[in-house]
Design a protein around this ligand. Structure first.
Ligand SMILES: Cc1cc2nc3c(=O)[nH]c(=O)nc-3n(C[C@H](O)[C@H](O)[C@H](O)COP(=O)(O)O)c2cc1C
Length: 226
């Protein structure tokens, strides 16, 4: 075997090893994943009706959305809609998928795993009061039965787009949040996108991995009857 061939072989072994480690880490991260109810692909409200009716709502009844409903909302925001390629409900620059979706309820915090349409338990306990404090005291961040938190690992997109990645990721979270809000509307729910919060305080509260930063909070619940 020539020296060149040995070099190529070594390189292939290294790449193979790195891939195996990567898969192992991913599998370990998602070890406790609990499958969610399958998302519906049709509903009772047209997209035009949902767009026309959507309003930011900051008051909610005590009703807690069922797991099936929360799963549907996660799917609309980040669910996989093309399993062959892993493409998701919201567009992503270069399909680099930098977003992570955390779901905060009275029970705790779950992380949504799009590829498995599953939840991985992230934190226990009701963090909504402290989330409200980090969101400058906005009361609906605590009173909403569920708060969707979009975080991002910009590095995933920066690997391909460099400096421009920050801009792309901010655009992307808007797509995902709008999907979420329109799906909420179509299910008889409502919410409000919240951009006013202390970044580090939310990142710390949610114990995000170092590479992730919170970008957007979306409290959602049942609007009071008019
Ligand atoms: C980027 C962004 C950040 C926002 N942040 C907040 C917020 O922190 N608190 C809040 O009550 N509303 C927030 N809103 C909601 C706006 O106040 C709301 O969209 C606007 O008043 C128009 O009303 P509509 O959503 O019913 O059309 C935000 C909206 C956007 C797009």
């Amino acid at each position: 075997m020539t020296r060149g061939m040995r070099g190529v072989l070594l390189l292939l072994l290294l790449i193979g090893g790195a891939v195996l480690i990567g898969v192992g880490v991913l599998a370990a991260n998602n070890q406790n994943a609990a499958a969610l109810p399958e998302a519906a692909k049709e509903g009772e409200m047209s997209v035009e009706e949902a767009i026309a009716a959507r309003r930011s709502v900051r008051q909610f009844t005590d009703a807690v959305p069922a797991e099936r409903v929360i799963a549907q909302l996660c799917w609309a925001a980040q669910g996989v809609t093309d399993p062959r390629r892993g493409y998701r409900a919201a567009p992503s620059a270069g399909a680099t998928y930098p977003l992570e979706l955390y779901v905060v309820t009275a029970e705790g915090v779950n992380r949504y795993v799009p590829a498995e349409h599953a939840f991985v338990p992230h934190l226990e306990g009701d963090l909504r009061g402290r989330l409200r404090a980090a969101a400058l005291g906005q009361p609906f961040v605590e009173s909403a039965p569920v708060v969707f938190v979009f975080a991002a690992d910009v590095q995933r997109t920066a690997g391909r787009y460099g400096e421009r990645a920050k801009r792309y990721v901010n655009m992307e979270v808007g797509h995902a949040a709008q999907n979420l809000l329109l799906q909420a509307e179509a299910l008889g729910l409502a919410g409000v996108p919240v951009g006013a919060f202390r970044d580090e305080q939310v990142d710390e509260l949610l114990e995000l991995p170092e590479r992730q930063q919170t970008l957007y909070l979306v409290p959602i619940g049942t609007p009071p009857a008019n």
